[in-house]
Design a protein around this ligand. Structure first.
Ligand SMILES: NC(=O)C1=CN([C@@H]2O[C@H](COP(=O)(O)OP(=O)(O)OC[C@H]3O[C@@H](n4cnc5c(N)ncnc54)[C@H](O)[C@@H]3O)[C@@H](O)[C@H]2O)C=CC1
Ligand SMILES: CC(C)CC(=O)C(=O)O
Ligand SMILES: [Mg+2]
Length: 360
C-alpha cells in the first residue's frame, strides 16, 4: 500500500539537510520496496512568506492526511521581529499540538567513531545510548494565559503558565515505561517537584503509572541535578521521561555527548505511533546557506520514521548502518570533525550515506 510522506523542509539549514534525507529515503524506497510517495509543503518562516501564516490550514490538512511528516527546522532572524503569534516556531508548536504528537523520542547514541568528537572525555561517553522521552504538546510552551502587560507603575511584565493535567502526564509516563521495557528497564523521571506544583502532580502520576510496570526500576531526579549528571556520568541513564521545556533543554545538552546536535534525530508520535520526524536541532542561521550543516540527524530521523510509523525494521537498520559506514570512512562535517578525518559538506555527506545505503 502506498504511504504518503509530507516533507516540510522549513527554514535556514532545513532545505539543505532535507535534500540529503530525501536522497536516503528515495534509495531506501527503491531498495526495500517501501512504496512511499513524497509531497512537499512549507512550515515556519517559509510558510509565513508563502501563505502569510507559519502553518497554513491546507498544510495542516495535508499533514493529517499523510502517513508521516518529515520536518527540517524552522525559524531565523528574518522572522524574529514579526508578531509573536505569526513567528515560525508557532507553526511548529501548532502542527505538534494539532496532530496530538505528545510523545517525543530523542535518542542520544554515541557512534563509537565519534568518541573523540564529544567535548567530554571518551570514557565518559563511550557506549552511550540513552533515550529522552519528552512531553511535547503540554506544559509551558502551550500554557494559557501567557501575556505581556504594563503594570500600574509603568513597568513591563510578562508571564507564561505551566499547566499539566493528570491525563497528559499519564500518557507520556506510559511512553516512558513502555520504552524502558524494551530497553534496560530503567526509567528516570525528571522534574522540579521541590518547587513547582505541576512537577508535584507529575511525580505523583508517574508513581501511579509505575504500579503497572513492576519490572521497571523507577527513579526521580530534579532537573538541575539531571543537567549536572548528564555531564558527570551520562551512562547512569537508560530512559529519561520529562516535560516539554525540560526535555527540550536536556536533549540539546545530551546531544553534545554524541559529538554534535547535528547527530540527534527525533520522533514525535501520537497515540497510534503516527508521527512527525525531525532533527532535534534548529535552523542554524549562523551556518545556513553555506552547505556545511550536518545532515545525519535528519537522515537518522528517516530511519526512525521507517522504524516507528512504517515498521520497516530492515530499511531503518540499513540507514543506520550506512551512517556508521560513512563515519568509518572518516567523513565528517565541521561539527563532528576530528584529527585524521576528512571534512565534507552537507551534500557530500548525504551522497556518501546514499551510496553506502545503495551498496549494502
Ligand atoms: N525544531 C525546530 O525547528 C527548532 C527551531 N529552532 C529555531 O532555530 C533558530 C536557531 O536557534 P538556535 O538556538 O541557534 O539553535 P540551533 O539548533 O539552530 O543551532 C545551535 C547551534 O548548533 C549548530 N547546529 C545546529 N544544527 C546543526 C547541524 N545540523 N550541523 C551543524 N551544526 C548545527 C548551529 O550552527 C548553532 O551554532 C531559532 O529561530 C530557533 O527558534 C530551534 C530549535 C528547534
Ligand atoms: C523551536 C521550539 C518550538 C522547540 C524546540 O526548540 C525543540 O523542539 O527542540
Ligand atoms: Mg530545542
Amino acid at each position: 500500500m502506498v504511504k504518503h510522506i509530507l516533507i516540510l523542509p522549513g527554514d535556514g539549514i532545513g532545505p539543505e539537510i532535507m535534500a540529503e534525507a530525501v536522497k536516503a529515503l528515495k534509495i531506501a524506497n527503491e531498495k526495500y520496496s517501501l512504496e512511499v510517495e513524497l509531497e512537499f509543503d512549507d512550515l515556519g518562516g517559509a510558510a509565513y512568506d508563502h501563505y502569510g501564516v507559519p502553518l497554513a490550514d491546507e498544510t495542516l490538512a495535508r499533514a493529517r492526511a499523510a502517513d508521516a511528516v518529515l520536518l527540517g527546522a524552522v525559524g531565523g532572524p528574518k522572522w524574529d521581529t514579526i508578531e509573536p503569534a505569526l513567528r515560525p516556531e508557532r507553526g511548529l508548536l501548532k502542527i505538534r499540538s494539532q496532530l496530538e504528537l505528545f510523545g517525543n523520542l530523542r535518542p542520544a547514541i554515541l557512534y563509537p567513531q565519534l568518541a573523540s568528537a564529544s567535548t567530554l572525555k571518551p570514557d565518559v561517553v563511550s557506549g552511550l545510548d540513552i533515550l529522552i522521552v519528552r512531553e511535547l504538546t503540554g506544559g509551558i510552551y502551550f500554557g494559557q494565559p501567557r501575556e505581556r502587560r504594563t503594570l500600574d507603575n509603568g513597568e513591563r511584565q510578562a508571564y507564561d503558565t505551566l499547566p499539566y493535567s493528570e491525563s497528559e502526564i499519564r500518557r507520556i509516563a506510559k511512553v516512558g515505561f513502555d520504552m524502558a521495557m524494551v530497553r534496560n528497564r530503567k526509567l528516570c523521571s525528571v522534574d522540579k517537584a521541590n518547587v513547582l506544583a505541576s512537577s508535584q502532580l507529575w511525580r505523583e502520576v508517574v508513581e501511579e503509572v509505575a504500579r503497572d510496570y513492576p519490572e521497571v526500576e523507577l527513579s526521580h531526579m530534579y532537573v538541575d541535578n539531571c543537567a549536572m549528571q548528564l555531564v558527570r556520568a551520562p551512562k547512569q541513564f537508560d530512559v529519561i521521561v520529562t516535560d516539554n521545556m525540560f526535555g527540550d533543554i536536556l536533549s540539546d545538552q545530551a546531544s553534545m555527548l554524541t559529538g554534535s546536535i547535528g547527530m540527534l534525530p527525533s520522533a514525535s508520535l501520537d497515540r497510534n505511533n503516527k508521527g512527525m520526524y525531525e532533527p532535534c536541532h534548529g535552523s542554524a542561521p549562523d551556518i545556513a546557506g553555506q552547505g556545511v550543516a550536518n545532515p545525519l540527524a535528519t537522515i537518522l530521523s528517516v530511519s526512525m520514521m521507517l522504524r516507528y510509523t512504517f515498521n520497516q525494521v530492515q530499511a531503518a537498520d540499513a540507514i543506520e548502518k550506512a551512517v556508521s559506514l560513512v563515519l568509518d570512512q572518516g567523513l565528517r562535517t565541521g561539527d563532528i570533525m576530528s584529527d585524521g578525518c576528512r571534512r565534507v559538506g552537507t551534500a557530500e555527506m548525504g551522497d556518501a550515506v546514499a551510496s553506502a545505503l545503495e551498496n549494502l
